[in-house]
Ligand binder design. Sequence first.
Ligand code: CA
Length: 631
Amino acid sequence: MAAVLSCNTQTRRESRFRECIYTPGLTSFSVWADNADAVELRLYSDPEAAVEVISMAKDAHGMWRAKIHRDIKGYLYTFRTRNGDVWNEESPGIFAKAVGLNGDRAAVVDMRATDPEGWADDVSPEVNDIIVYEMHHRDFSVSPTSGSHHPGKFLALTEEGTKSPEGLATGIDHLKELGVTYVQILPSFDYASVDEADTLNPQYNWGYDPKNYNAPEGSYSTNAGNPETRIREMKQMIMALHKAGFRVIMDVVYNHTYDAMGCALGRVSPGYFYRMNEDGTYANGSACGNETASDHEMMRRFMIVSCMYWVKEYHIDGFRFDLMGIHDMETMRAIRATLPPDIVLYGEGWAATAPALPAEELAMKANTWEMPGIGAFSDDIRDALVGSPFSPEGGFAEGEPGREERLKFGLVGAVDHPDVAFGPSWAGQPRQHISYVTCHDNYCLRDRLAIARPDADEATLLRMDKLAQTAVLTSQGIPFLFAGEEVFRTKGGDENSYKSPDSVNAIDWTFKSKYNDLFQYYKALIAIRKAHPGFRLTSARDVRDHVEFPSAPENVVIYRIWGLDGIDTAKSLIVVLNGNSEAVKVKIPKGSYSILAFDGEADPDGLFGDDTYDGDEIGAEPYSATILAEV
Ligand code: CA
């Protein structure tokens, strides 16, 4: 009975958002606009003017409906609502699944005709650990050094065999070599800030300015004016990533729209989908002009159905929620309950400014423990390692003293742990902890290190880089890497490159050869993590039972995971993180160890092969990590 009920609920939820259902003989249109006094459907077969304007009829549920009894495949359409005497601007509807140029009009498409060949057999690969690689399409493939035939497009990720000028793998082959398991794509739904009609002038934007949440962005397709092409090419990309062994996480930005009255949510039902201040102005927790109202029933449903749609129609494997702290926890829990359990969910547990809803209801980082199965970005481990992006003051990896406890807090995945003098804990389970030092926001790692330590030479910055990522990739929780860090990318000190040109944002793939030692280190760290489940303990209890921090000198953290029989091939794992400019020697429990990493070199099979190190003390070189596996 429960299953039947939930199935009906699901169907009812979805039915409010089935705005266009096409068959050759009949196309049904509907749009939810409960507060409208009239709604019209405008059909376009000609881009210049609507060929037909149809008055829609309202049902008891606030839905407006119309039917067209002829084949209108390929037509574009819009809805226009009237409140009182005011006709609002037309829009493609709140749940347009296919859109034309610049997302101004929706399109009548046969969704099955958008499936690339082999789509029915597309399945997500099995992966044994979640290691996320955050990528912007243009950053990743727009440089000529990527060797891509589809620079900056969805299709760039379908190309095999692309190479840098020095003959090293780029594109999807590079990802396979690196070994990450999840690719997180920056906003890839239709956003507003890039003019899709202008294909001549290079344009760049991160895409945090949603226009249509349920259709792909046009500028990443080879033909933004063809609604089917946009959809098909995004599916081709996802299928290619799946085939290559990666799962795909999409960045979703339900917290605000590009503007309120310029977007469908505002035009179809003015005021309803946004939180308002008491003086009638738009609340603005996003600092982008508005904040949506997930606490309003239809906005909550919209988010649930939208996520489900991307899972079902595009085979998306996870979502990263931008400014998740704007959403209420009830909505996030409802999304978690609706989506299959293997769909990964996490987000930014903060807002730009205080949202217009009580803090205790919001999906803020501090409340993460109240949202099982949903993670939050750990600014704690980030700030511990490299300092806050809002301050020039450095972190542990940059030699700043006094960061040990905060770093330990990150290493245990922000769960409650008796040996950690930092808190309060906010994760109920380690997997809720998204461990990272950099992402698309703020400085990339190389630039951040250089700003914190202007006195340091490049060799020292590279040591600090490796030290910081060793902590990330051995910490409990989900490690997260920003694309290009593995080749020591730089944005030339640009800390907010959201619309900076390609010259700032593109990854220069000649760096893979120039900094190949760094790349090899990242690759080995990832392989070490995958080989050792001790680094991804599954419960807070396990973390408390198996992680300890033996006493260590200043600016050194000894992170020991022990008692691993039945969990790991190693009896114990030890990571010595040295944030000092001098080498150190530390005491460790006597044992027989394989040395997996030392002085900026790493190897999952041991740096000395089968030769073990037997002793009760171990060294760590300046700004570097030592990793031991007890055999
Ligand atoms: Ca767009």
